[in-house]
Design a protein around this ligand. Sequence first.
Ligand SMILES: Nc1ncnc2c1ncn2[C@@H]1O[C@H](COP(=O)(O)OP(=O)(O)O)[C@@H](O)[C@H]1O
Ligand SMILES: [Mg+2]
Length: 236
Amino acid sequence: MSGTPILELIGVRAAYGRIEVLRSVDLVVPRGAVVALLGANGAGKTTLLRVISGLMTPTAGDVHLGGVHVSGATPDELTRAGLCMVPEGRGVFPNLTVEENLWLASYSGPRVEKILTEAYSRFPRLKERRRQLAGSLSGGEQQMLSLARSLASDPALLLLDELSMGLAPLIVEQLYDTVAEIAEQGVSILVVEQFANSALRVADYAAVMLGGRVVATGEPAEIRHKLSDLYFGGAA
Ligand SMILES: Nc1ncnc2c1ncn2[C@@H]1O[C@H](COP(=O)(O)OP(=O)(O)O)[C@@H](O)[C@H]1O
Ligand SMILES: [Mg+2]
């Protein structure tokens, strides 16, 4: 892999009060790659995404976005630098319609027409449901809406937290096909998942978190092999 990675974390630590949750995390997302960050519940995955997106300040270590040191940058500054996070639980506004949710994405700059055209061509389902309240959509459709909203900002790096949470396997597969398409269009992606299979199918690289550290990185096939040992074998 050549060139500056889109994201590089070096020795990142973070804590809630006195409780250290990230204990020196090193992680690289090469430009244009899909990286799957796997790990059991409580491993620190969401906390790591919070640090990357500026919602939490690390107590130590460095975060580089496109080669630029960004530790301590605000979420707004990071958004302008090309970062976009789809949070766990999706972050759509349930009492607004699909179309209103997409309008709000234009707040950050791009024109409404362009956002709608792109969203509806990628997700025809959203067009059918454009006048429905987002809260009345199925889980998979809500996830499509949050992906469409995040793509409106034309991100360089997309962070996805537990895309598959609560969704049927077939829907998860379809969403991951979309993730692969988004990556083919040049967006780098860091996807966090507790359940590994779909994420590993589309990932170029994978990493496993355990107890606030990245304990293994490699090609998806390699990581797939190691997973049960790492989850249940208590390596720390
Ligand atoms: N807001 C919080 N305050 C205190 N502890 C937290 C908070 N959020 C998460 N934690 C703790 O931090 C650890 C890592 O959580 P998290 O990053 O959510 O893990 P994951 O996303 O891998 O499930 C867990 O032990 C969790 O209980
Ligand atoms: Mg989480």
